[in-house]
Design a protein around this ligand. Sequence first.
Ligand code: F6R
Length: 257
Amino acid sequence: MTTALTPIPHVQCSPEEAASTVAREISDLIRARRAAGRGVVLGLATGRTPLGIYAELARLHREERLDFSNVTAFNLDEYLGLRPGHPRSYRRYMREHLFDAIGLLAEQAHIPSSDVAPGQWEAHCREYERLIADAGGIDLQLLGLGRNGHIGFNEPGSERDTRTRVVELARTTREDAAGDFGGVDNVPERAISMGIATILSARRIRLLAFGVGKREIVERTLTSPPSPQLPATFLRGHSDVRLYADAAALGAAGGAR
Ligand code: F6R
């Protein structure tokens, strides 16, 4: 099934080419499933990286009538401790950057809640896993890559067998979000995130990384053995994972496969 040292196949391309390729893959999947009378389950990410894909999916909806009515979506993660509708919540992000533009209804779009009481954390996370399983599992999962190697909010130290749970955000993650929240102290300390095992259960995984700021972590992800210290390395060995990265992010790894 999985061999620890299988490399992550990667494609060097511009962010625009990656957006168009991955959005086309998603639209082909949606159309093929519709023709077969079936649905599609997408795993979605937030952050800067997937914005081009979302813009392209919105364009396909507008200009090529791509119909999302057979799609169910599950987001990777959500900050914990934000009131519903908070402008920096990932629910809000998804509405602004994708859901409203493609007509995805609230009942089709799942995101962990940002305001679960501590006594309900475990039940909420278990329920999220159950919803994913009931939907038939994730067909295609989009991922960005954190500077510290996180995928979703699986920070360094996350084990391969983790499922959706409450996580403590790493300092670097909170620093990276400081601009959005007007200072690092305003960034939530916790989030709810799909686990590594949840992500690895997706049938296809598309990881994206752009810009020189991702170069070091891309290099380490491509060359290090799978380890909780660098959670993205657990993607090695997945049967259908692909990294799309630009020349700035790939650096010396650009020529290798
Ligand atoms: C977002 C998420 C994170 C980001 C990562 C990269 O839902 O789970 O893992 O994908 O932090 O963020 P950007 O794309 O802003 O560089």
